[in-house]
Design a protein around this ligand. Structure first.
Ligand code: ZN
Length: 517
C-alpha cells in the first residue's frame, strides 16, 4: 500500500471508512443489547456505548478530517461527479458535527435519558403533568440545538428552526416543503377514511386472527425474505421487543421481529417492513459479493439518503407488495404449509382481512390509510411547539381536539393521546414526517415500477419479486447520498413528490374492499 501516493480523496475515504468500522462495532453491541444480552450486562454496555460515542464524535470533528476535506476541495473534482458529491456531503456532516458544543450534546443526552424514564411512568399512569416539565426541557434543548445548527447559513434556509431538526433525518427538506405535500393529502384522506368507516361493510378480520405458533411464523418470515431477495448469508432475522433493522457493516444487515400468536400478520408485515429497510442496506455499496469492505464504506456514497427514502423501501414491501391481492395469491399455499391455520380461508378473504381500516388511537397499530393522519397531527403539533406557538401545557388539549377533527374519535386519555410515542421524550423532533414521506415516496416509486412492468401482478402472484428489487437497486440503492432525496425522486420517476400516487393507491385498493365501487 503506497499511502504516500494516495490522493486526498482516497485518504478521505479511508478515514471515513475507519470511523465507520468503529461505528459498526457500536452497532453490533447495540443489536446484541436489543436481542441476546443478559440483563446484568446493561450497565457495562452503557459504558461501552458512551465510550464509543465519544471516540466517534472525536473522529467526526477532528482537525485531521477538516484538513482532508480542505485538500479534496482544492483538488477540484469534476462537477456533478460521484466524488464531488461524496466530498460535498462529507463536508456537510463535518460542519454539522462541529457546530454543536460538546456541553450541549452532553446535556441533551443526559436529559433525554432521564426524560425517557419519566415518560414511561407518565404514559403508564396517563399523567401528563408528571412529564410536562421534562418535555419543556427537551423542547428548550431542541430549540438550542436547532439554533446552533441554523447559525452561519446552516440547515434552516427558511429561517424556521424546525428545519434544522428535520434536517437531521430528512436532509435539505423544509417544513414548508412538507406542508406543501401534506396539506392536499390531509383533508382528502380524512374524508376518505370517514367514507370507508361509514360504509358499514368492513372486511372480516377472522381469517388473520387465527392461532399460529411462532416457529411457523419464523419459517414463513424467512420464506418471504428469501423471495424478496434479502441475502440471508449477509444478514439475519431475530426476535426482539421493538422490531428494527440495522446495517451493521459490510456483509451484515440484521433484522428483528416479534411474534403475536393470535395475529400472524403483525410479524409478517413487520418482517417485510424491516426486510425492505434491509434490502436498501444490502444494496448500498458497502462491500463486494464476498463481503470484502468496499473503499466507499463509511462515505456518503455508501449511506442512505434520508429516513423518508429509507421508509419508502420498507413501506413499499409491507403495503404495496405485501398487502396486495397478487401477493396473497402467492403466499396462501406457503402460509397454509407453515402456519396451518390459514387453510380455512381463501386468498381473497386473507387479502381483505389484511386491508381493514380502523379508527385507532395508537399510531403504531394504525392501518395504511389512517397512519398518515396520525403523522400529520404530530407534524403540526411539534412544529408549533418549536415555533413557540403552542405551550407544552396546552399539548394534551390541542392533541385531542386535532385528533377528533382528523380521525373522528374522542381520545379517552393521554396514554392513548399525546403520551403514546417515545420520540419527543428523547428529543426526536422533526422525525415523524419521515414516516409519511416514506409512504408518499413508496407510492410514487411503485407507480413507476408498475408502469415499467405491466405484468407485475402476474409476476408477484408467481413469487417473482425481482422487478421490484431491481428498480430500487438501480434508482435508489446504488446512489447512496449522491443526490438529494427530492432530486432522487425526480430522477427516478420524472416528477417531484406528490400526494396523488398515494391517494390513487389507497382509493384504488380500499374502495372495492369496502364495497364503494
Ligand atoms: Zn421503518
Amino acid at each position: 500500500m503506497a499511502t504516500e501516493q494516495a490522493t486526498p480523496y482516497a485518504e478521505l475515504c479511508r478515514y471515513l471508512g475507519q470511523t465507520a468500522t468503529l461505528g459498526s462495532v457500536s452497532a453490533l453491541a447495540h443489536w446484541d443489547q436489543e436481542t441476546y444480552m443478559p440483563p446484568r450486562a446493561a450497565a457495562g454496555r452503557a459504558t461501552q456505548a458512551s465510550a464509543m460515542a465519544t471516540l466517534l464524535h472525536e473522529r467526526m470533528t477532528s482537525p485531521r478530517l477538516g484538513e482532508l476535506l480542505d485538500a479534496c476541495e482544492r483538488a477540484a473534482l469534476a462537477d456533478h461527479s460521484p466524488e464531488a458529491a461524496n466530498v460535498r456531503d462529507a463536508r456537510r456532516d463535518y460542519i454539522k458535527a462541529t457546530k454543536l458544543p460538546p456541553e450541549l450534546v452532553a446535556e441533551l443526552a443526559e436529559t433525554a435519558s432521564r426524560s425517557q424514564e419519566v415518560w414511561k411512568k407518565a404514559r403508564e399512569a396517563s399523567d401528563f403533568a408528571q412529564f410536562q416539565p421534562w418535555l419543556e426541557r427537551m423542547i428548550d434543548l431542541s430549540r438550542r440545538k436547532a439554533e446552533c445548527l441554523a447559525a452561519d447559513g446552516g440547515t434552516a434556509p427558511d429561517g424556521e428552526l424546525y428545519d434544522a431538526l428535520l434536517d437531521e433525518y430528512e436532509p435539505r427538506a423544509t417544513a414548508r416543503d412538507i406542508e406543501k405535500v401534506f396539506a392536499p393529502l390531509r383533508d382528502r384522506l380524512s374524508t376518505f377514511v370517514a367514507e370507508l368507516l361509514d360504509s358499514g361493510s368492513e372486511p372480516d378480520d377472522a381469517p388473520i386472527s387465527v392461532n399460529a405458533p411462532s416457529a411457523g411464523q419464523h419459517e414463513l418470515g424467512h420464506r418471504v425474505l428469501r423471495a424478496m431477495g434479502f441475502d440471508l448469508s449477509a444478514g439475519r432475522l431475530d426476535t426482539t421487543t421493538h422490531p428494527f433493522c440495522t446495517g451493521i457493516g459490510p456483509g451484515d444487515v440484521r433484522l428483528t421481529t416479534r411474534y403475536r400468536e393470535n395475529r400472524f400478520t403483525d410479524a409478517l408485515y413487520g418482517t417485510m417492513h424491516e426486510g425492505g429497510h434491509g434490502l436498501y442496506e444490502q444494496g448500498l455499496p458497502t462491500s463486494d459479493a464476498e463481503g470484502e469492505p468496499d473503499p466507499l464504506f463509511g462515505t456518503p456514497l455508501a449511506q442512505s439518503v434520508s429516513l423518508g427514502i429509507h421508509e419508502s423501501q420498507s413501506r413499499m414491501w409491507e403495503n404495496f407488495v405485501g398487502r396486495g391481492r397478487a401477493f396473497w395469491a402467492w403466499l396462501k399455499p406457503i402460509a397454509d404449509e407453515t402456519l396451518g391455520a390459514t387453510k380455512q380461508s381463501d386468498a381473497e378473504a386473507l387479502y381483505r382481512a389484511s386491508n381493514r381500516v380502523e379508527r385507532s388511537f395508537i399510531r403504531v397499530e394504525a392501518d395504511e390509510a389512517t397512519y398518515n393522519l396520525h403523522v400529520m397531527l404530530r407534524f403540526e403539533l411539534e412544529r408549533a411547539l418549536i415555533r413557540g406557538d403552542l405551550a407544552v401545557a396546552d399539548l394534551p388539549g390541542a392533541w385531542n381536539e386535532r385528533f377528533e377533527a382528523l380521525i373522528g374519535a374522542k381520545v379517552p386519555d393521554d396514554t392513548h393521546g399525546c403520551l403514546q410515542d417515545v420520540h419527543w421524550s428523547f428529543g426526536l423532533l422533526g422525525y415523524f414526517p419521515t414516516y409519511t414521506l416514506g409512504n408518499l415516496y413508496a407510492a410514487q416509486f411503485f407507480e413507476a415500477i408498475k408502469e415499467q412492468t405491466p405484468d407485475l401482478d402476474d409476476r408477484i402472484a408467481g413469487g417473482d419479486f425481482s422487478a421490484v428489487l431491481a428498480w430500487n437497486r438501480e434508482h435508489i440503492h446504488a446512489h447512496g447520498r449522491r443526490y438529494t432525496a427530492a432530486d432522487l425522486c425526480e430522477r427516478a420517476t420524472g416528477s417531484t413528490l406528490s400526494a396523488e400516487p398515494l391517494m390513487r393507491h389507497l382509493e384504488g385498493k380500499l374502495r372495492p374492499v369496502y364495497g364503494l365501487d
